[in-house]
Design a protein around this ligand. Structure first.
Ligand code: PLP
Length: 382
């Protein structure tokens, strides 16, 4: 049976055009970009062309883009380097950040003399900007890094990036946004945003896994976390993942070429599922703020209790529908979801995250809805 893949916030399938581009490089470009001979130089050109392309999509200079093994590494680099190299002694973040940020911030707090402040969330799980400003105003004696994700990977809430960037400027603090769920899905202009750090992961927009980048504003000087080579202009040692880097650049190119069309199409899918669920399932509700400022690829549904409850996720899987409970990165059930806990979601009811891509169809959602109707109402008519 063909699977219905509705777990695109966890990862997306590769775009065939990305595969073609990567295969081309795999076949023809085997040099080490650090080697000075012709074969090495050829590989260097491939990496630098990719860097230029990636930088242009976010209006950055190529020298501000550092390739990494993905979002986790890029987030680690920001938090650890901010403390190590910029003298940051206060991190402000939120309780619903991805583990790559929140766990790293906790560790830094425990191991170094770094104050950790968690900003409050409102009832729907959005960051309370008044509280953020209160924290900033209280700690003007500290050197602060604000790290707040652009979109939450479990519930989809969007941060008003520009507003937060302006607030950070007002208080003269560093601002990092984990844009792993939004890069390739929204446009970014780092000059207009005036932001210090952004992080990206290619596999969230039909690029390869294990590659991403960190944007570091040219006004900020960091030193490497991973040492042992001069790659990435001395910022990240290790032979470049050239196939991944090329795949990342190609995936970004495709994403930005078709951005409006994909946004509209995927938003329609999300709205369609919301409507069908509300029309057909009594007692259904949503975690987060899906009809407000919300990532169009994510819908987190709080199902009413039924005889299957904890088995709901398993039942989707048996029926060939791939979804996730809470965060797929810590895959399985929602019991471990620090996000759902932090927003006071009803943990006695099953929460399921549906996340969409350009490859999903209304027919797939109809099939999924039919299953849900069958389980919750005993009827499977459309
Ligand atoms: N940040 C967010 C918001 C994510 O959703 C993820 C992946 O799920 C990451 C960071 C980690 O990215 P990567 O899988 O590239 O390490």
């Amino acid at each position: 049976m063909n699977k219905i893949y509705l777990d695109n916030a966890a990862t997306t399938p590769l775009d065939p055009e990305v595969i073609t581009t990567m295969l081309e490089v795999m076949k023809n470009t085997y040099g080490n970009p650090s080697a000075v001979h012709a074969i090495g130089r050829q590989a260097r050109v491939v990496v630098e062309e990719a860097r230029k392309k990636v930088a242009s999509f976010i209006h950055a200079a190529p020298a501000e883009v550092f390739f990494t093994s993905g979002g986790t590494e890029a987030n680690n680099m920001v938090l650890r380097s901010a403390v190590k190299d910029l003298g940051v002694n206060h991190i402000i973040t939120s309780p619903i950040e991805h583990h790559a940020v929140i766990d790293t911030a906790e560790l830094i707090h425990q191991q170094n003399n770094v104050l950790l402040s968690l900003v409050k969330l409102d009832g729907s799980g959005s960051v309370d900007l008044v509280h953020l400003e209160e924290i900033l105003a209280t700690h003007t004696d500290k050197k602060t890094l604000v790290s707040l994700m652009h979109a939450n990977n479990e519930i989809g809430n969007l941060l008003p990036l520009k507003k937060v960037a302006q607030l950070c400027k007002k208080y003269g603090v560093y601002f990092h946004s984990d844009t792993v769920q939004t890069m390739g899905h929204y446009t970014f202009d780092v000059r207009d945003l005036d932001i210090d750090f952004l992080t990206c992961s290619a596999h969230k927009f039909h690029g390869p896994k294990g590659v991403g980048f960190l944007f570091v504003n040219q006004n900020v000087q960091l030193k490497p976390i991973i040492t042992g080579g001069a790659q990435e202009r001395n910022m990240r040692a290790g032979t470049e993942n050239i196939y991944g880097i090329v795949g990342l650049a190609k995936a970004m190119e495709i994403a930005y070429q078709h951005l409006d069309e994909h946004q509209k199409y995927i938003q329609e899918l999300k709205t369609y599922l919301i409507e069908k669920l509300e029309q057909n399932i009594a007692g259904i509700s949503f975690n987060g703020n899906p009809k407000g400022d919300s990532l169009y690829t994510v819908l987190n549904v709080l199902f009413p209790n039924s005889e299957m409850d904890e088995m709901l996720l398993f039942n989707f899987d048996i029926e060939g529908v791939c979804v996730s409970g809470g965060s797929a990165c810590s895959s399985g059930s929602n019991t471990g979801s620090h996000v759902l806990r932090a927003i006071n979601a009803d943990m006695n009811k099953p929460s399921i995250r549906f996340s969409f891509s350009k490859y999903n169809t209304k027919e797939e959602l109809d099939y999924t809805m039919n299953l849900i109707k069958n389980w919750f109402t005993g009827s499977s008519k459309n």
